[in-house]
Design a protein around this ligand. Structure first.
Ligand code: TRP
Length: 329
């Protein structure tokens, strides 16, 4: 079975866009691949977060992914910092990564521009740590967005270089795994593009029905359809796309017809949409509550994930040590 690995940055809570864009695809993948899902808390250190926030944000995101359906019996779900083996590989890989190429990575340049007082070496070697995350499990497929393509290219370079330097065929080159077959792009509520982490624009999985309904009712609209069968402007198309995602086909058709014959009332449509989004989120929200309240169980899951990940990482590392020329015991 092919190995898939995905890293999630622990930045805030999951929203509907994350659910349909990634989490739901992960849930499908765990039946078809040998999956590693991990929370990249080391990567978040580049911005010097507070100690109390580190643990909290990792646990939050862990609970939320579990609530979405990631099953610790099927996939290995772990927290990056629970697997110290990664760092040894990170060190070895760093020996074959060059200053010039790391400085040319766009995400590095962007972050350096954003935090000019904190252009630290961790920021520079972010791609090497990511390569270590991937190569330690010899993962073949990595579901990532467009913004991660350069980092993936670095991971492939790391694999290739290691193989070339030592004349081995040890690390497979990890490929970007397009989610587009199963992922759904969820538009935001403010009419501009996709659902992201700004409050008016996004619906979080932890939100209560009342809060969700309020947000949907406030979604941006326009003055209404002006002529029969007209094209929908982006703000309205977004509402319809949300409906396609959360409602039944019949509901969608019903409101689409109303748009086409100019009898659509946005208030009615939003009420229906809000109810359907609430129905989608409610069971996930209840699971988030249940899972987060049982900290012992959450710890147990994190520990089990770490054990499995360390075993896999150590297996790779022992080979790597031997190939490089270190003794293994
Ligand atoms: N860099 C990724 C992001 O910003 C997170 C990440 C860290 C990752 N390590 C990874 C993703 C390994 C895939 C594989 O989203």
């Amino acid at each position: 079975m092919e190995t898939v690995l995905s890293g999630m940055r622990p930045t805030g809570n999951l929203h509907l866009g994350n659910y349909f864009g990634a989490a739901r695809s992960f849930v499908k993948m765990q039946d078809e691949y040998n999956c590693y899902f991990f929370i990249a808390d080391w990567h978040s250190l580049t911005t010097h977060p507070k100690p109390e926030d580190i643990q909290k944000s990792a646990r939050t995101i862990l609970a939320e992914y579990l609530a979405c359906g990631i099953d610790p019996d099927k996939a290995t779900i772990y927290i990056q910092s629970d697997v110290p083996e990664t760092l040894e590989l990170y060190l070895y890989l760093n020996m074959n990564c060059y200053l010039g190429e790391l400085e040319r990575v766009t995400t590095f340049k962007e972050k350096a521009r954003k935090q000019p007082d904190n252009v630290n070496a961790g920021l520079l070697t972010y791609p090497t740590l990511m390569a270590a995350d991937i190569l330690q499990h010899r993962a073949l497929k990595v579901p990532v967005g467009k913004d991660q393509e350069q980092n993936m290219e670095m991971a492939r370079k790391c694999a290739r270089r290691f193989n070339n330097i030592y004349g081995v065929d040890f690390f497979p080159e990890p490929q970007n795994f397009s989610l587009s077959a199963t992922a759904v792009k969820v538009p935001g509520l403010d009419g501009t593009g996709k659902m992201g982490k700004s409050d008016g624009n996004c619906i979080y999985l932890y939100e209560e029905d009342k809060a969700i309904t309020k947000k949907v009712m406030r979604a941006v609209t326009d003055e209404g359809p002006q002529s029969p069968n007209s094209e929908k402007p982006e703000v309205i198309q977004n509402l319809f796309t949300l409906m396609q995602i959360a409602s039944t086909e019949d509901t969608y058709k019903y409101f689409d017809e109303k748009w086409n014959d100019c009898t659509l009332r946005y208030g009615d449509m939003k009420k229906q949409l809000a109810a359907d989004i609430c129905a989608t989120i409610a069971p996930i929200r209840e699971r988030i509550k249940e899972i987060s309240s049982d900290t012992e169980k959450l710890d147990r899951i994190a520990r089990l994930g770490a054990e499995k990940a360390r075993e896999s990482s150590l297996r790779t590392l022992q080979e790597v040590r031997r190939i490089i020329g270190f003794r293994t015991y």
